[in-house]
Design a protein around this ligand. Structure first.
Ligand code: AHN
Ligand code: ZN
Length: 334
């Protein structure tokens, strides 16, 4: 009896091994083809993405006109030169709401420059010069680290760039790190002349003067504040207006990956952010993946938005992984 018990499964395995060998091999090939086409498995590394966020924050607040801003630009260009096929800096002068003019830099990396099918991935790399939403009045003119507001999106995209340098897909991918997103009017200085166009100066410049003449992409994805603990990404309203098909693709991918809790089927408020100008001037359908949790106290953005608390301690590698997996999978499934 004892012997029978052991022999039976072995015989079964042997019989199956010889008789099903051909069929099984065939099945494997079909599965592999499907794997590369529709079931890409993301190896996005959250520790690597976290390090990319920390390295930016370690320069200090990346406020235009400061040494930290200059050093961070060098760092970001170096990373894109390493991972992409080419990388360039688009220099421009930006006039902010105070009338001051700053030398500014959009930092751009290009994968597969000759492919006409392209996707644009972007985030802003500057950090806000003032914590004007800080509850402590003493902090209201203190520059912020912008670990979440700025560095998180850039960190996720740098890790995607590193993954693409390994995966080498055929699709064209352009990465743009926009400067001068966050130099908008200080809360205490808003008046009837404030329009909202004081923000997102880097994307406004690029959308009117793209780095290549007549630049087009199939669609764009902007990341903004993607690194806080337990983020909720609602379907931001401008994104729904300009690029509903991109939203549906991203939210479906997130659901397939088991990330529905972070990407619920819910529409959020419109946000005046870089993607608006890419849609409006460059006419590239672009969505904003932005932490918009209507259940939080301050209405929509993440809790420590434009406060001195937006530092590295608020970054959760798990959140970087969620967003990185989703965006990398969307790109690789194209
Ligand atoms: C305003 O609320 C004016 N802009 C939101 C865009 C933004 C600022 N994202 C990060 N910082
Ligand atoms: Zn901001």
């Amino acid at each position: 009896m004892k012997i029978k018990k052991y022999i039976c499964p072995i015989i079964l395995v042997l019989v199956c091994f010889s008789s099903c060998k051909e069929g099984k091999q065939h099945q494997n090939i079909t599965q592999n083809q499907e794997t590369t086409k529709h079931h890409f498995v993301s190896n996005f590394n959250e520790d690597s993405a976290y390090l990319f966020v920390k390295q930016q924050v370690d320069f200090g607040p990346r406020v235009p006109g400061t040494k930290a801003h200059e050093e961070a630009a060098e760092y970001l260009l170096g990373k894109l030169l390493k991972y992409a096929d080419t990388a360039i800096i688009q220099s421009f002068k930006a006039r902010v709401y105070t009338g001051e003019i700053f030398d500014s830099k959009n930092i751009i990396g290009v994968f597969n420059p000759t492919n006409r099918k392209r996707i644009l991935l972007c985030a802003h790399w500057d950090s806000r010069p003032y914590a004007d939403h800080d509850p402590n009045p003493e902090n209201k003119f203190t520059p912020i680290d912008g670990a979440n507001d700025g560095a998180s999106g850039v960190g996720v995209i740098l890790e995607i760039a590193r993954q693409l340098s390994i995966l080498k897909p055929e699709i064209g991918v352009d990465i743009i790190f926009f400067d001068m997103e966050d130099y908008g009017t200080h809360k205490s200085k808003e008046d009837e002349t404030t329009t909202g166009e004081e923000w997102a100066l880097g994307s406004q410049y690029w959308a009117k003067n793209p780095h290549t003449y007549g630049y087009k992409a199939f669609y764009g994805i902007l990341l903004d504040m993607v690194g806080a603990e337990n983020p909720v990404f609602l379907k931001e309203e401008y994104s729904m207006h300009f690029a509903p098909h991109v939203i549906e693709n991203i939210w479906k991918t997130a659901s397939n990956l088991g990330y529905k809790k972070y990407f619920p089927e819910e529409v959020g408020v419109p946000i005046n952010d870089d993607h608006f100008y890419i849609n409006y001037y460059a006419k590239i359908p672009t969505v904003n993946i932005i932490h918009l949790d209507t259940s939080t106290l301050n209405g929509s953005f993440f809790e420590h938005w434009h406060t001195v608390e937006d530092n590295i301690s608020k970054i959760d590698p798990k959140s970087l992984k969620v967003v990185g997996d989703v965006v990398l999978t969307v790109v690789m499934n194209e």
